[in-house]
Design a protein around this ligand. Sequence first.
Ligand code: HEC
Length: 225
Amino acid sequence: MHGHEKRNSPPQLRRGGAGQTIRFLDQHHPSLGCASAFPSSAEEGSSFSHKAILLLLLLCLTSCRQYMANQPSYKPYQESGFFPDGTSARPLPEGVIPQGLERTSTTSFPSPVTMDVLKRGQERFNIFCTPCHDHMGTGLGMVARRGFRKMPPSFHTDELRAVAPGYFFDVITHGRGVMPSYAYQISVRDRWAIVAYIRALQLSFDAAASDVPPEELTKLEREQR
Ligand code: HEC
């Protein structure tokens, strides 16, 4: 049955081969314009050369991919024959600070500390810091008391009284130990306001009544009554 069908099929289909297909396409879609690349003689020898040409074209395709995968760029830490020191990783120009790694230990505030700044700092501190550091900054916040193996330190130690404002700014920005970074939640301005408020907390922690201006003292005493 199978053989019978084969005998009855038209001769050009039986011979097959790439040349036949292209000749078929060329007849029905002359716009493809394949005729010049593949002369339409149907002899066995030219069918072989068509296959060879196709094979070459296919090889061209694979080599294209190779060139794309092999780009003229360095892989990390790859050796370089171009730079005199032989390494493709270039040293940073002097004075450059890699983004995200900057550390600040500045000893002054970037803008004047006013009463408004302190109030803003107090508000932000009470929102973001008291859960662990408590309202006084002694490090006994509710969250820390309920399961921190390492408690936050008190801000009222000689050590933390002596550090520069930039140190606090840095800890808020980058976090420290289990304390996360607050860089995404607290703006730079508010971070400085919090630092100013921490300084105020430190100053007030063991201040004597004589440190308070007399008129403020009478106001405070009246408030307490
Ligand atoms: C989730 C709890 C938590 C919150 C919230 C938190 N901290 Fe901390 N903080 C800690 C812990 C715990 C440490 C100790 C980390 C360590 O040394 O391993 C710490 C350390 C610090 C230190 C470093 C003190 C030192 O020893 O040098 C500073 C400064 C500080 N926190 C400030 C803040 C400020 C300001 C905020 C609010 C913006 C804040 N923290 C919010 C838990 C917290």
